[in-house]
Design a protein around this ligand. Sequence first.
Ligand SMILES: Nc1ncnc2c1ncn2[C@@H]1O[C@H](COP(=O)(O)OP(=O)(O)OP(=O)(O)O)[C@@H](O)[C@H]1O
Ligand SMILES: [Mg+2]
Length: 409
Amino acid sequence: MADLSQVKGINARHIKLLQENGISTAEMLAMSSQIIVADIKGLGDKTARKLIWNARNALEMTEFTPVSEMHENTEMFSTGSSELDRILGGGMQTGKVTEVFGAFKSGKTNLAHTIAVTVQLPKSKGGLGGSTAYIDTENTFSRNKIIRIAKRFSLKPKEVLAKIFHARIFSSDHQDQMILKAESLCKERNVRLLIVDSLMALLRAEYVGIGMLARRQCVLNNMIHALSRIAEMYNAAVLLTNQVATQMKGMFSADDAIGGNIVAHGCHFRIQFKTKGFSANSSLKRQAVIVDAPDLPPEECEFYITSAGVADSEEVEFPEGQNLNFDIETIYEENDQGDDEELDDKIPENGNGKQLTDIKGIGKGTLENLKKYGIKSIEDLLDADPKELSAKISGISNSMILEWQNQAK
Ligand SMILES: Nc1ncnc2c1ncn2[C@@H]1O[C@H](COP(=O)(O)OP(=O)(O)OP(=O)(O)O)[C@@H](O)[C@H]1O
Ligand SMILES: [Mg+2]
């Protein structure tokens, strides 16, 4: 990375102004568009053009290169599902922006959680040994899920949590700000994966109506441009999740990603996640379809959502490693941030002093869900018919309940 001060004709005031607007290296300046840089108050059109061109000259970006001299540095890491990896041509790719869109509960956030962990695996195990920046606009990030995924991949949960840099976002300009901020994480904290979950939620809520559309698309364009530049500059993977809107096409209806052509053209890979049948079904099987990719056939595959992220089957194996035998609750106590899976006094106990949350896989959220269906204690769980119960509770499978009952016994 070249320092801004190395750009010909730049002075301290220019550097300050550029840095305040998230442009902190000569590479970033060289990859910026003149319109955006000229928009910085106090810089002006002529200076913006001069500085950008000088930066490009310094970085030898003003010459065509014979393709024989180009080097590919794309790297891949696993999504947690070998089927999904297969249709993606090997896994999530670095240097590129991948958009995953789909209806609610189609598995987008689950994929985001899974790859936030798999990117940390060593290269020999399908990862990149990198960290993750997680931009969370919907408040759906779950540390408990990360801990389970870490255990699934035989990683130490505490170390995994320390390598995920999370930002809870409250407005679209906050989102924009944190995308630029993520760049410094790539530079300083070895971030190789940048997640925005979800890209459009706040924009959709803030820019309402056709009158706001042009402004919304402009903001969106800047965000996607910045993300694409970060992906390329730091050889990082970018995952954007996106919602869908149902469009009528003649007699038929189809789900289409929102954000229009700006998102569609701005992302290198576009994948659609689908749930089978009605949204009320409780199956955890999902379908993924390659909608657009520069060099991939339009394939599709099936994968599953599990308690430990996306996988090839309904059940994932948790390896028994000696470094893994500490409880989720221990981590919460140490970090003093206990939430979902923290124990509370109201949890009913059975005669042995054991409670439902002592069972692996039952956290506070699941407990609340179980309570609604009359399962308040270990005894209630043992008395329940797994088939009946799984049919009633969305997201809890028959085999999951059987496993819990085995543990309870
Ligand atoms: N611990 C778990 N075990 C099994 N399945 C789970 C678990 N947690 C969540 N799920 C399932 O995952 C689904 C939700 O997936 P996810 O949050 O990834 O969807 P999404 O595509 O991000 O949806 P949205 O558009 O609402 O953000 C639910 O159907 C739920 O049943
Ligand atoms: Mg989600």
